[in-house]
Design a protein around this ligand. Structure first.
Ligand SMILES: Nc1ncnc2c1ncn2[C@@H]1O[C@H](COP(=O)(O)OP(=O)(O)OP(=O)(O)O)[C@@H](O)[C@H]1O
Length: 232
């Protein structure tokens, strides 16, 4: 399990995450949301161990997170320009050599489910096709945690819905956790257990979806708006 304690991060002199604490238990889908520049990608990079906190701690199973956490965590960065001269199938084969938990058969199954043509060079794929391929690569690993940075960004509603179906189909949400950053709250609401709302580098709210529905009597988007109204 992830435990984040008083986490802060600064790029040079610019503090972008400030004194953040929360836990991320197994078996949950958590949507990480917040306005542009609120620190979502930075938080995901830190959880994935690609950068170290400026202050505070990120613990994975009680050990400080380093880049070795990638053994337990399947991370999808928000970049869209990798392996351009390889085909999808070649990327699957590459990941299969890098990660013990990568399952080539599962990758092909996901590719079929998401209608990915693995024989095409990535540079020749549309943005939507690259988005699907990225999802297939990440989900073909069998890890306790999936960290997905804006997996639906720039994709049309049909592709977004397919990717959300793919998330449900190819993860075991009784024991795996997905933390995904997104601005498409209304679409992920159907699979979300909780919303983590960042504002200006701080946690504005971290609330279970069930409580938002039952106690706040709101849907995800109206709850988010009401949280922003508190600080405006
Ligand atoms: N490599 C970097 N060097 C310096 N500043 C950075 C770097 N990456 C991000 N920032 C700054 O950190 C702040 C948080 O950026 P981050 O990308 O984490 O936010 P975000 O919530 O993911 O934004 P968006 O929704 O636009 O993707 C922003 O002010 C951004 O300009």
């Amino acid at each position: 399990m992830y435990t984040i304690q008083n986490l802060s991060y600064a790029y040079g002199s610019k503090t972008v995450l400030s004194n953040i604490s929360f836990t991320l238990p197994l078996g949950k889908v958590i949507a990480l949301t917040g306005e542009n520049g609120s620190g979502k990608s930075t938080l995901l990079r830190l959880l994935a161990g690609t950068m170290q906190p400026t202050n505070g701690k990120i613990l994975y199973n009680q050990h400080p997170v380093t880049n070795l956490v990638s053994k337990h965590v399947s991370y999808m960065p928000d970049t869209d320009n990798y392996f351009l001269k390889r085909t999808g199938d070649q990327v699957f084969e590459f990941y299969d050599t890098v990660f013990d938990d990568f399952c080539l058969n599962k990758a092909y199954e996901i590719a079929e489910f998401l209608k990915i043509d693995g024989s095409k060079l990535i540079k020749d794929l549309s943005k939507g096709q690259r988005g699907r391929l990225k999802m297939a690569v990440v989900l073909a690993r069998n890890t306790p945690y999936y960290l997905l940075d804006e997996p639906f960004s720039g994709l049309d509603p049909i592709v977004r819905a397919q990717l959300i179906d793919g998330l449900m189909e190819f993860t075991d949400l009784s024991k795996q956790t997905i933390l995904l950053s997104t601005h498409e709250l209304s679409e992920v609401e159907r699979i979300t257990d909780g919303l983590l709302l960042l504002h200006d580098g701080k946690i504005l709210s971290y609330e279970a979806m069930e409580d938002i529905r039952k106690e706040w009597k709101q849907d995800a988007v109206s709850w988010m708006k009401s949280q922003y109204e508190r600080v405006d």
